[in-house]
Design a protein around this ligand. Structure first.
Ligand code: URP
Ligand code: ZN
Ligand code: ZN
Ligand code: ZN
Length: 470
């Protein structure tokens, strides 16, 4: 049935205006004043913003990691994402050295099919580069629509790739039209520091942060950016946590190198002292890169405001405190790395960013949705409100005040990293391709309704479908 959203304030990455939005067959068919509501369901958005749905370019759902598997899967994770205002995610497909890439892609399809409640795509991890991998990449792009490759510069002996692999991936990506993503930390130096800390009897969660200093995130970021310049390729640095790394991205961009940077809500509002919490509670805040000294937060906010960092990913990779984080009692290096962030990404950026005057409303939309859609080949199908695009829409009440807590969240884990934090603003209703997933703050979606997203090559966009089909 046709739907018309009335009385809301439409906000895109460039414009803010009052108008009605008509939705037909899953797409936005018309935007204008006083649209006819004949034969239509009317959705009243009085007092609310009408945002494009959030695009979260960084999730790890049901990911085997650290001797366990991240708790939120494509069902619970995407339900939580939808409650939080996100309507598309891109998850990391983890590959195994020596095995066909397609095997891992098939595993990821099996995990997500019939489970997701919002649309989803995959990035593909590249752990080694050789003729077999090179031969497979064209079909990864053309058949699977996977147009971004992820290289880990950390997690030695687990996910880490060497510099040769990174460089060759950058060269291949340039050729094929893909964006290379890096987890930028120097895994070799970390490995040395971790072994030394443990040998010295330093086993508490705080040593996770102390063995991953920001200098080596900066070093790895600069190294990856240098390789990108040499390869004349394109790079996206995930989860930038600190000033050292953000500066490297800004320097590379100044030189004209095509480098983009993502930060995460956790780095904007939490700091290293959380890892010192007693009774092993610090383990709740163990992820990589680690939380940093508080002064870095201002630096990251400024980088978002001035466009030196462009996106925000959740880096959702959730583990229960009891039963999973526990694995690292007595040895911080065995604490599974990751946290539950998918649900609160949108509201934290709005509340701490827009409400506190650090970014504008239009910048908010760009950072939470539009920019990622553009970089990852989803725009304008996703990432904006315009005639002819998917009706992925968040009706957002910017005035409601609430406290984030595990009692109220929808993620499958037993704690919330932002517990007790007061935020202003909340998604009221969320639509995915024109259907309600969240309606008046209740989940009304259908498990399995989320569609797999084949993405366009880096630098290209989708042709918009004409909405005037009837
Ligand atoms: O600690 C983290 N971030 N876990 C997920 C994997 C990664 O490095 O992004
Ligand atoms: Zn309908
Ligand atoms: Zn990472
Ligand atoms: Zn991650």
């Amino acid at each position: 049935m046709k739907k018309v959203i009335k009385n809301g304030m439409i906000v895109t990455a460039t414009d803010t205006y009052e108008a009605d939005v008509c939705i037909e067959n899953g797409v936005i068919s018309l935007i204008g004043e006083n649209l006819s509501t004949q034969d239509a369901e009317v959705i009243d958005a009085s007092g609310c913003y009408v945002f494009p749905g959030g695009v979260d370019p960084h999730t790890h759902l049901e990911m085997p990691f650290g001797g366990t598997v991240s708790k939120d899967d494509f069902e619970t994770g995407t339900i939580a994402a939808a409650y939080g205002g996100t309507t598309s995610i891109i998850d990391f497909c983890i590959t195994k050295k020596g095995e066909p890439l397609q095997n891992s892609i098939d595993v990821w399809h099996a995990k997500s099919k019939d489970k997701a409640v919002i649309d989803y795509g995959f990035h593909l991890m590249i752990g080694e580069m050789n003729d077999r991998v090179l031969n497979e990449l064209p079909s990864v792009i053309e058949e699977e629509g996977i147009t971004s490759f992820k290289v880990f510069m950390a997690y030695k002996n687990v996910l880490q790739a060497d510099d040769e692999t990174l460089f060759e991936t950058l060269i291949a990506a340039k050729e094929l039209g893909a964006l290379v993503m890096v987890h930028a930390e120097n895994g070799d130096v970390i490995d040395y520091l971790v072994k030394k800390a443990l040998a010295d009897g330093n086993t508490d969660p705080i040593y996770h942060a102390l063995t991953r200093p920001q200098e080596i995130e900066g070093e790895a970021t600069g190294r990856a950016a240098t390789f990108t310049g040499l390869a004349d390729s394109q790079l996206y640095v995930v989860h930038v946590s600190c000033a050292d790394a953000a500066k490297q991205i800004a320097d590379a961009r100044d030189k004209g190198i095509d480098v983009w940077g993502e930060t995460c809500p956790q780095y904007l509002v939490l700091d290293q002292s959380y890892l010192e919490r007693p009774n092993f509670e610090g383990a709740k805040y163990v992820w990589s890169p680690p939380l940093r000294e508080k002064w870095n937060q201002d630096f990251l906010w400024n980088a978002l405001r001035t466009g030196q960092l462009q996106t925000i990913g959740s880096d959702q990779c959730s583990f229960d405190f009891k039963g999973q984080k526990d694995l690292g009692k007595g040895d911080f290096s065995k604490i599974p790395n990751g946290g539950p962030m998918i649900e609160d990404r949108f509201s934290i950026l709005f509340s701490e960013g827009v409400k506190k005057g650090r970014i504008t409303l239009n910048q908010f939309v760009d950072i939470i949705s539009t920019r990622a859609a553009k970089l990852f080949g989803l725009y304008p199908k996703k990432g904006t409100i315009a005639a002819g695009v998917d009706a992925d829409i968040v009706i957002f009440d910017p005035t409601v005040e609430r406290t984030i807590s595990k009692e109220a969240h929808h993620m499958a884990v037993d704690y919330n990293a932002f517990e007790g934090m007061k935020v202003t603003g909340e998604p009221v209703s969320v639509l995915s391709r024109g259907e309600f997933v969240i309606r008046d703050k209740q989940f009304v979606g259908k498990v399995g309704s989320g569609e797999y997203l084949k993405r366009a090559k880096y630098g290209s966009t989708f042709k918009r479908e004409s909405p005037l089909t009837t």
